[in-house]
Design a protein around this ligand. Structure first.
Ligand SMILES: Nc1nc2c(ncn2[C@@H]2O[C@H](COP(=O)(O)OP(=O)(O)OP(=O)(O)O)[C@@H](O)[C@H]2O)c(=O)[nH]1
Ligand SMILES: [Mg+2]
Length: 307
């Protein structure tokens, strides 16, 4: 490992924003590979996840966070605390907003929370999904977001196409303090691949299931083994809250679970750069969102200060 030079900069950068703003997509774009689960449904992310980007000049430790949430169960309490911890730990806050949408109540709540928790942190407003609006469009939305943080810089990006993302990383580089390498040069996250695999399985299920079902599921990987020829064997469990939901996840003649499994497998293969054999099973875990032992087993309980 090279010794970082005197100007080497490092720090924590929290990605915060409403559910569905594109935080996890941005993390994956910055990292150049899927490490966070993404779906078009809000509330895909449930816990903090690190993406560590190291070059000769800097180490940026990005923290993807869940979108704030108004529900009252134990899972939601955990989710909202994850956002608070990430805000406190960060050097730079990226407030990510979908500029194709108007500002709403949750954006106001989030901005109050940021202002309440902010001490020395720099804030950058990140106007995401610029690919969805034409040039000169959405200026009212941008102004409304900017009015929440009138003193702070803004940048327009598309996390999906990557447009503006390199510029954003440059801005972050400029704002970071001089500091050490906190993590080994080649480490890209703190999570084990098997836990990321579980997130990718859950995201694939969320993407394909309708109505309230996406919020009733949890995913766990209970077997993760390398077999001959670099083939990974993964056994995953998708948990539902009620017995009646099992059939929907499995689908007619197993169609749904096969679709979920294929999408999850492709994402896991992209992450691990391995061929993957993915075996999925569906189980019922009654009222799991309020079951402390279960939440703890799948990593969604406790202070969880993984920074
Ligand atoms: N068109 C377009 N879609 C985007 C962009 N960024 C994200 N999306 C889509 O927006 C949806 C939500 O993206 P996520 O990255 O899961 O959003 P998130 O902020 O992590 O959401 P939570 O985890 O629920 O808080 C997905 O369907 C993404 O593909 C973008 O720049 N342009
Ligand atoms: Mg997310």
């Amino acid at each position: 490992m090279e010794t970082p030079n005197d100007n080497f900069k490092s720090g924590f950068i929290a990605l915060v924003g409403k559910p569905n703003a594109g935080k996890s997509t941005l993390l994956n774009q910055i990292m150049g590979q899927p490490i966070a689960g993404v779906s078009f449904k809000p509330q895909t992310t449930r816990r903090r996840q690190l993406g560590i980007l190291t070059t000769d000049e800097y180490q940026m430790i990005f923290t993807d966070t869940p979108g704030l949430n108004n529900a009252k169960d134990k899972l939601s309490q955990f989710i909202n605390n994850e956002v608070r911890f990430a805000l406190e730990d960060a050097d730079v806050l990226l407030f990510i907003a979908d500029i194709s949408k108007q500002l709403d109540e949750l954006d106001h709540e989030l901005s109050s929370l940021i202002k309440e928790k902010r001490s020395t942190q720099k804030v950058i407003l990140v106007f995401n999904k610029s690919d969805l609006v034409g040039p000169g469009q959405a200026s009212q939305n941008k102004q409304a977001f900017q009015a929440l943080f009138p003193e702070d810089p803004a940048i327009e990006i598309s996390a999906r196409t990557g447009k503006g993302v390199a510029k954003l990383v440059e801005k972050v580089h400029f704002l970071l303090p001089v500091g050490p390498e906190y993590y080994p040069t080649d480490q890209i996250t703190e999570d084990f691949e098997r836990d990321i695999a579980a997130e990718l399985i859950r995201a694939a299920a969320m993407e394909n299931l309708d109505d309230e079902l996406p919020y009733s599921i949890a995913a766990q990987v209970d077997e993760y083994k390398e077999r001959e020829n670099d083939m990974l064997y993964i056994h995953g469990i998708i948990y539902v809250e009620r017995e009646a939901q099992k059939g929907i996840v499995v689908g007619k003649k197993g169609m749904m679970i096969r679709k979920i499994s294929t999408e999850a497998r492709l994402a896991i293969e992209e992450m691990t750069k391995n061929k993957v054999f993915l075996d999925l099973q569906v189980k019922t875990q009654k009222d799991w969102k309020n079951d402390p032992a279960f939440l703890s087993r799948i990593g969604l309980a406790g202070a969880g200060n993984n920074a």
